[in-house]
Unconditional design. Structure first.
Length: 220
């Protein structure tokens, strides 16, 4: 199945609850936490994430683009999140973070930036519930989709299938109607869409349209 996770990075931060309810047909709500150090942008932190988890009608998928996830990841697990993603590049002990997240009762996910070899994620497949492959450089919404990341999804899909593992593969960055089939055919099943959803006139309709395009790509 294909899951659509609108990113509130493209929402109106003065009207977050309204904009979350505008996408209540989504499978997940993608919340980017940026600290201005690991990436050159600053968004929101733990108190706001806790509140978003309380008001969101869908499961909350927290993406930590921060330094020191070894310290912070479990704190976000305690916020009410369904899934917490940390970056391999920022982690001192990526395997232990995954174990700590699972012990806290949330899905553990590891993310890799475009320049990070996919082997770093494949090595962690036995510890995580999802791998996020950035299809843009992390830090800002609205960037162009990087099609040259597709071999990473192909390698991950082959490794997941060979292991018989229940690991979701998430694409984040530039996912829209004209790119979703490409990334789904490469192996992704969970798609983060920010601008494509929040710039649409009918946001829920766009969520449904993206999901159908993804499902059609699976059928083809």
């Amino acid at each position: 199945m294909v899951r659509i996770a609108p990113s509130i990075l493209s929402a109106d931060f003065a009207n977050l609850e309204r904009d979350i309810l505008d996408v209540n047909d989504a499978d997940l709500l993608h919340v980017d936490v940026m600290d201005g150090h690991f990436v050159p942008n600053l968004t929101l932190g733990l108190p706001i994430v806790k509140r978003l988890c309380q008001v969101a009608p869908m499961r909350v998928d927290v993406h930590l683009m921060i330094d020191d996830p070894d310290t912070w990841a479990v704190r976000y697990a305690d916020s009410g999140a369904f899934s917490v993603t940390y970056h391999f590049e920022a982690a001192a002990n990526p395997r232990q973070i995954a174990r700590d997240l699972r012990a806290a009762g949330v899905r553990a996910a590891v993310a890799i930036k475009p320049g990070t070899p996919v082997e770093r994620a494949i090595e962690l497949l036995d510890e995580v519930d999802m791998v996020l492959v950035m299809t843009v450089e992390p830090g800002f919404g609205g960037q162009s989709f990087m099609g040259d990341m597709m071999p990473k999804f192909e390698a991950l899909r082959a490794a997941v299938d060979a292991a018989g593992a229940d690991v979701w593969l998430q694409a984040d960055g530039g996912v829209a109607r004209d790119t979703i089939a490409t990334v789904v055919r490469a192996g992704a099943d969970t798609l983060v869409a920010g601008s494509a959803v929040y710039h649409a006139h009918d946001r829920n309709a766009e969520v449904r349209a993206l999901r159908e395009l993804g499902e059609q790509a699976l059928r083809d």
